[in-house]
Design a protein around this ligand. Structure first.
Ligand code: SF4
Length: 308
């Protein structure tokens, strides 16, 4: 191969590299566009070298939920809602930790009108579950959870107690009464505005904590409920729920009182209502936690307490 031939090959290779850098992934027909010659890199002044070796900050985008296909109406395709007005939208809480600690929910977003039925089908599946030998041998009812299938806020506790086991409904005993007060008297919401669930759906005997294996068996049901409901906020009640969903062994005293994220969802952990019944002085903490939620949700805060 003579020198002219080699020079020609070098020019073609340089031209192809320039095209690739310009974002072309195929060769256009016709004459190629002209690109400025590549400048040789100039040596940096000594003072700037350390700075140049640091990686630039990466502006990572917030994880996006898969967009649902919008149904078509008689008037044509339904329009997507406008983005929120930054002047009127509630303040976005400052989150601790990275937005990328955990992947966002991978399942597609269900249209709101399909969510109640999806939850009902899931509750039927839970009712037939026999994964935990001891729990299903002792249960009267499974307690899948209840509430608004399009709730902005979801409460997650530990597991059903005796009254919940007897009725098949979450948080209906003494602790449930206090949770009702937290929701209504504290936050000014109604119980039917929120969704209430637990990390295990069957009552552990003698109200013991669920075993790690039982939590592992059951947590998928809660994850599917969250994926169906798509709450904007989570409130985790008590240590087992907080440590499980936040994947940590930190004590409640360090988990509460600050924003966390579960799969991208802004999350607050606070004391379980049953703990508050035994330790009324901790209600002050829970009221502070609820106020953080209320601020983020745009709910006016008035002079009222979390259940007294
Ligand atoms: S606790 Fe959950 S996984 Fe275990 S038997 Fe009940 S529904 Fe099934």
């Amino acid at each position: 191969m003579d020198a002219d031939h080699q020079r020609l090959i070098r020019q073609v290779r340089q031209r192809l590299e320039a095209l690739t850098r310009a974002g072309l992934d195929r060769i256009p027909l016709g004459p190629l566009p002209e690109f400025p010659p590549v400048q040789a890199a100039q040596p940096l002044p000594q003072a700037n070298r350390a700075e140049a070796t640091e990686a630039p900050p990466i502006d990572r985008p917030e994880p996006q939920e898969a967009r649902p296909t919008l149904p078509t109406t008689a008037q044509g395709p339904r329009r997507r809602p406008s983005p929120p007005n930054p002047k009127t939208a509630p303040a976005i809480p400052t989150m601790l930790g990275s937005l990328f600690d955990e992947p966002a929910i991978a399942e597609p977003v269900l249209p709101p009108e399909e969510r109640p039925e999806a939850l009902r089908v899931l509750a039927e599946e839970i009712a037939g579950c026999i994964r935990c030998e001891i729990l299903c041998a002792n249960r009267t009812n499974t307690v899948p959870g209840e509430g608004n299938a399009t709730a902005r806020l979801m409460f997650v506790g530990e597991g059903p107690g005796q009254t919940e086991d007897e009725t098949g409904r979450p948080f209906v005993g003494k602790a449930g009464k206090l949770l009702d007060d937290m929701i209504s008297k504290g936050m000014g919401l109604r119980r039917e505005d929120v969704f209430i669930a637990n990390i295990v759906k069957c009552r552990p005997p003698n109200n013991r904590d669920p075993e790690p294996e039982e939590v592992r068996n059951c947590i998928g049901y809660l994850e599917r409920q969250i994926a169906i409901i798509r709450p904007e906020f989570l409130c985790l009640l008590g240590k087992p729920a907080a440590q499980t969903l936040l994947n940590t062994s930190m004590p409640m005293g360090r988990l509460r009182g600050k924003w966390q994220r579960y799969k991208g969802i802004p999350t607050i952990a606070t004391w379980h209502p049953a703990y508050l019944l035994r330790n009324p002085s901790a209600k002050k903490d829970t009221w502070e936690d609820l106020q953080m939620l209320m601020k983020a949700m745009g709910i006016p805060i008035q002079k009222r307490g979390a259940g007294g």
